[in-house]
Design a protein around this ligand. Structure first.
Ligand code: BG6
Ligand code: MG
Length: 219
């Protein structure tokens, strides 16, 4: 069939960790007396930890030194890791497993392209550590989404030209990163309303294999 490959974002596509990120940032912000809400949290989607911290600190009433910022990021990450320890394979989002199986049956390569440095832990907790042909995450990149680096690295690792890769993303920054990489992008979840996405579906559970096969074949 097609020579296409599919690169999945992790947070918000394979598993819903948004609430864990929100709770960890909220705990940190409350302790520091910094205003933080779900709308601000939405801006952190797809964005690296340090860039996320910079957004959180926009509401701080004093400047933080680089050392303090590193300590805050580490503290948030410790809170976050406590929360994601609770993840199990049952937290894999609906539609993900059958989709991965279909793609494998058809010999279509699959990868993870995530800004998160916690990707290895999350994949392990979900029982998906060995499911992907390539994993590129926040540990391997210099520039986080909307920069295309993570997706270009994933394509390179898969040995598939960027133009033949399709990205599945839930974040606006991720949609831009995929487009900047010259890839087509399926927007899911919160990116289902993103008009820049090539194709949108509310949930991967709503994706018909026939439609997806046609979409991949057109790459
Ligand atoms: C992305 C999330 O996947 O990873 C962002 O959408 C998060 O919200 C980023 O900030 C970095 O995550 P981590 O786990 O490296 O702090
Ligand atoms: Mg995401």
């Amino acid at each position: 069939m097609t020579k296409a490959a599919v690169i999945f974002d992790l947070d918000g596509v394979i598993v819903s960790t948004d609430d864990c990120h929100y709770k960890a940032w909220k705990r940190l912000a409350d302790e520091e007396g910094i205003y933080f809400d779900k709308e601000i949290n939405h801006r952190l989607r797809g964005v690296s930890r340090m860039e996320s911290l910079a957004i959180v600190l926009e509401r701080a009433n004093r400047p933080y030194t680089m050392e303090e910022q590193q300590a805050l990021a580490d503290r948030k990450n410790a809170y976050y890791r406590e929360l994601i320890q609770e993840l199990t394979p049952e937290h894999i989002l609906p539609g993900v497993r059958p989709l991965l199986e279909r793609l494998k049956q058809h010999g279509i390569k699959i990868a993870i392209g995530s800004s998160s440095k916690n990707s290895p832990l999350i994949l392990e907790r979900l029982g998906l550590a060995d499911e992907f042909d390539a994993v590129v995450d926040g540990n391997a990149i210099k520039n986080s989404k909307p920069h295309p680096e993570v997706f270009l690295r994933a394509a390179e690792k898969l040995g598939v030209p960027a133009a033949q890769c399709v990205v599945v993303e839930d974040a606006d920054a991720g949609v831009e990163a995929a487009l900047a990489a010259g890839m087509r992008v399926i927007g899911v979840g919160t990116a289902a309303s993103n008009e820049r996405a090539t194709w949108t579906v509310a949930s991967l559970a709503d994706l018909s294999w026939e439609d997806l096969a046609k979409f991949l074949a057109a790459v």
